[in-house]
Design a protein around this ligand. Structure first.
Ligand code: NAD
Ligand code: UGA
Length: 493
């Protein structure tokens, strides 16, 4: 039986546009309706119309939002696809037990943040959400299941999941796969529709290989077989951490170079172009910035560093930790430059922050560099005026509250509720945010910023009007000609 399945799985390739002919998996559930679970299952549902997908979450408000057109996740193109499949073969439900019971395959897409307490605090991934899911699956299941790790997890987490579920005493057969997600926010739909690769790690032996093929056959509906990589479980888990570490390392490398550029008069964009045109290096992910943000780069590298230290690989841990250090340095360096250029004080000065999201085309602001820059400026008693096209005022205030307790403050600094309340105004109109400001800071590379009437903005600002472009998206020379004092990352100004 197994040999036949495996053989089928290996040789199976669907004609383009045809649905999967292997009918083993009919019902799939996904625990976690966040930035990964929601978009991923939406694309699966669109590409596998004969399979029923149920996305569940412990947050009922999030589930309710997924059932409206005001989705909790903003991603270009997502709503169109959700509308096509929702209520047909894609369902968002608060009933987790039922979704587990009915599924043959369960994706775990829950959050795995950095631990904020206890052993491994500030470094290790907090696996409590994953463990809760595993326990719930063990308790509820009455039929065999394939559990798929979609969340990013430390190497050998699959072993813990297997341990928890296999000891439940209900004679159910569980198999565990690692299928990390490589989508980037802002381009999630495109990344899911046309992935560079799909990675599936499985347990050794025939059962593991069979489970891999079950999942591979679903992807085969739209992903060419040569892009589906089958590996050992541990290689798959480690590849995800490594991929993020490599991407972040490129950004930190260019950000480190940006400091040298500013000191020497070189231009970081010109250097990036010259370096990236070497086909061995490639042009992507070499954009110097105010620092990288997002929920994953920092968390995954810290996780990798923790893992290295756990295995006694201190030199390797130090190597990767430096990627985070440069990122922290870059965020601080930017805030410090703003204060210094504004005659060494921003106290009482209106400063406009354009952009709060950690990158364009998302409403996500987790670990956004904007919140670190804002916190540093608030420390210096600036009067901050924030505008972002997608991030809500509520979210911006929550981010700043996180900064109140942030332990990375240097020296005795900290932020208080009074500073946040008194020092931050959130605007719905960018022109109001900059009106009468001493400086405008571009902190997210939203396309709309390049289309603004910068002459009008300059006129409305205090003189001298400062423009700090933390994303290098504005034409520096043209902005200078308008009359701004322009500072861009990695350019000597
Ligand atoms: P998220 O916070 O947006 O979503 C996670 C969801 O899981 C939340 O809605 C939460 O309520 C829910 N949840 C937590 N515990 C639960 C439980 N026991 N039962 C039911 N629901 C539960 O997180 P995300 O950004 O979607 O990331 C999820 C995972 O995917 C993380 O491991 C992350 O590292 C990884 N990842 C994220 C991205 C990204 O771009 N955001 C990309 C690739 C991989
Ligand atoms: C990143 C990876 O790109 C995804 O492959 C991965 O799946 C995801 O993390 C994850 O595991 O969560 P994401 O964080 O959504 O995706 O967005 P990126 O495009 O990677 O940008 C991350 C940060 O780096 C942003 O703040 C961005 O502005 C910054 N960045 C990126 C730069 O400063 N310069 C660059 O050249 C590229």
């Amino acid at each position: 039986m197994y040999a036949v399945l495996l053989e089928k799985g290996r040789s199976f390739t669907n004609p383009p546009g045809k649905t999967n002919m292997r009918k083993t998996i009919q019902n799939i559930s996904c625990i976690g309706a966040g930035y990964v679970g929601g978009p991923t299952m939406t694309v699966f549902a669109a590409k596998c119309p004969d399979v029923r997908f149920v996305v569940v979450d412990s947050n009922p408000e999030k589930i309710a939002a997924w059932n409206t057109d005001n989705l909790p996740v903003f991603e270009p193109g997502l709503l169109d696809i959700v509308r096509k499949v929702r209520g047909k073969n894609l369902f968002f439900s608060p009933d987790i037990d039922r979704a587990i019971d009915e599924a043959e395959m369960i994706f775990l897409s829950v959050n795995t943040p950095t631990k904020s307490y206890g052993l491994g605090k500030g470094m290790a991934a907090d696996l409590k959400y994953v463990e809760r899911c595993a326990r719930q699956i063990a308790e509820v299941s009455r039929t065999d299941k394939i559990i798929v790790e979609k969340s990013t997890l430390p190497v050998r987490t699959a072993e813990s999941i297997r341990d928890i579920v296999s000891d439940c005493g209900n004679r159910v057969r569980f198999r565990v796969l690692s299928n990390p997600e490589f989508l980037a926010e802002g381009t999630a739909v495109r990344d899911l529709l046309e992935p560079d690769r799909v990675l599936i790690g499985g347990e050794d032996g025939p059962e593991g290989a069979e489970a891999i093929e079950e999942l591979a056959s679903l992807y085969a509906n739209w992903v060419p077989d040569e892009r589906i990589i089958r590996t050992k479980l541990w290689s798959s888990e480690l590849s995800k951490l490594t991929a993020n570490a490599f991407l972040a390392q490129r950004v930190s490398s260019m950000n480190a170079v940006s400091a040298i550029c500013e000191a020497t008069g070189a231009d970081v964009d010109e250097v990036a172009k010259a370096v990236g045109m070497d086909s061995r290096v490639g042009p992507k992910f070499l954009k110097a910035s105010v620092g990288f943000g997002g929920s994953c780069f920092q968390k995954d590298i810290l996780n990798l560093v923790y893992l290295c230290r756990h295995y006694g690989l201190d030199e390797v841990a130090d190597y990767w930790e430096q990627v985070i250090r440069i990122n922290d340095y870059q965020k601080r360096r930017f805030a410090k430059m703003v204060i210094e250029k504004l005659f060494n004080t921003v106290a009482g000065k209106k400063i406009a922050l354009l952009g709060w999201a950690f990158k364009k085309d998302t409403n996500d602001s987790r670990e956004t560099p904007a919140m670190y820059v804002a916190a540093e400026l608030l420390q210096d008693q600036a009067d901050l005026h924030v505008y972002d096209p997608r991030v809500s005022e509520e979210r911006i205030c929550e981010d700043l509250r996180f900064m109140e307790t942030w332990e990375g403050w240097q020296g005795s600094k900290s932020l208080t509720e009074a500073q946040i309340q008194g020092g931050v105004t959130v605007h719905k109109d960018p022109y109001e945010a900059v009106d009468g400001a001493h400086a405008a800071l571009v902190l997210t590379e939203w396309d709309e910023f390049t289309g603004y009437d910068w002459q009008r903005i300059h006129k409305s600002m205090r003189k001298p009007a400062f423009l700090f472009d933390g994303r290098n998206i504005l034409p520096g020379r043209a902005m200078s000609e308008i009359g701004f004092r322009v500072y861009q990352v990695g350019k000597s100004g």
